[in-house]
Write a protein of this length. Structure first.
Length: 372
């Protein structure tokens, strides 16, 4: 009996201890639940921007290709062996500079013979004219001599033209390409010797949809951008007189200066055509937008309930074109709404936010970043 009583007492004590532990844990869990229900995380610090209206110049984007103001491939006009090369690849030349000479010994010999014959015919004509005044020669003999003189003159002219063609010169000033001939090489007619490009000015060829054919006009300004980020200003000089039947696009041509020759023909460039009208657009910073495949969103800051801190709510927006550090909003926002411009990556829907005191970098429609 004593042993049984001891066992019962131990069991009772164990049950009491377990009950006490369960009660303590229950109180702790209840306290944690109550604390969690009443806990609110501190507001996130963010930068805020007020959506505003701005006047943007109306423009359109396109992709263009650069072409030389004047450009051609210098070719051989006649068959002949190269007897002299007077240029180097990449050289800058002026109009009339001698590039290549072809062997012309036969033509020079023929020219001397033809010149001698011409002088003989001229002397003969002078004698016959004197005799004709004395009625000592017939008119037909005089006419025949004039015809032979003209024939001799034509032969001399023909040989001079041939010799001139064998001295290949630059038709205009510009920059030469890579030399394609060597000394002593036999050149057939039409053989390509070197390219010549006048590139102090460049043409920009691009195409726009037919919708724009009455809007894009000569004289409008264009801004040309290279893939390296360089920018050049120019103007439209011409539009085609017809719409392409296959693409239904209008061919437009602009010009840009290239005095320092930083651009070369054949380069692909982006460009903006600056139209005279302006657009009144609603803008926010680019940094405020969370880009995603399912749609672009921003966090809109709204006043908190019952005097609490402001809250941020995610909202879908429809974006338009960008300019500098700003992007146009076509739908989803209105003027005066506050959006989170920095720090949106750490937010979730309904989170409390507070505006930071730190200053943001100045935003510009035409930013000019520096390397420093």
């Amino acid at each position: 009996m004593t042993r049984l009583r001891a066992i019962l007492v131990s069991v009772v004590l164990l049950v009491i201890i377990i009950a006490v532990i369960i009660g303590i844990k229950a109180q702790q869990i209840g306290f944690m639940i109550d604390s969690g229900a009443s806990f609110s995380p501190p507001p996130e610090s963010v930068s805020v921007f007020v959506a505003q209206q701005q006047i943007w110049p109306k423009n359109m984007s396109a992709v263009g290709s650069l072409a030389a103001w004047q450009g051609l491939v210098v070719t051989a006009e006649m068959n002949g062996r190269v007897s002299g090369i007077h240029f180097e690849s990449g050289q800058q030349v002026k109009a009339g500079d001698l590039l290549v000479e072809q062997e012309s010994g036969n033509e020079k010999a023929q020219l001397r013979s033809a010149t001698a014959r011409l002088k003989l015919e001229e002397s003969r004509l002078q004698r016959l004219l004197s005799l004709r005044e004395a009625q000592s020669v017939s008119q037909s003999a005089l006419d025949e001599t004039r015809q032979q003189l003209d024939s001799a003159q034509a032969e001399v002219d023909n040989l001079n033209i041939t010799l001139a063609k064998k001295r290949i010169v630059a038709p205009f000033g510009g920059r030469l390409g890579i030399r394609q001939v060597d000394f002593g090489q036999d050149l057939p007619e039409g053989f390509e010797i070197v390219t010549l490009q006048s590139i102090e000015r460049l043409r920009v060829n691009f195409r726009v949809p037919q919708f724009w054919f009455n809007i894009v006009k000569p004289g409008y300004q264009v801004e040309v951008y290279t893939p390296q980020g360089e920018q050049f200003s120019g103007s439209i000089i011409a539009t085609a007189a017809e719409i392409d039947r296959q693409s239904r696009n209008l061919h437009v041509q602009a010009q840009i200066p290239n005095t320092d020759q930083r651009l070369l023909p054949g380069m692909s460039v982006g460009l903006q055509v600056m139209l005279p009208e302006s657009d009144n657009v609603l803008v926010i910073p680019n940094t405020a937008v969370l880009y995603a495949p399912y749609g672009d969103t921003v966090f809109v800051v709204k006043p908190g309930e019952n005097g609490g801190p402001d809250q941020a709510f995610q909202q879908f927006v429809k974006l338009g074109r960008t300019m500098g550090d700003f992007v146009a909003v076509e739908a989803g926002l209105s003027v005066g709404q506050k959006v989170v411009s920095a720090g949106a990556f750490k937010l979730f829907n309904g989170v409390a936010v507070t505006e930071t005191d730190s200053t943001e970098p100045e935003r510009n429609l035409q930013p000019t970043p520096s390397d420093s």
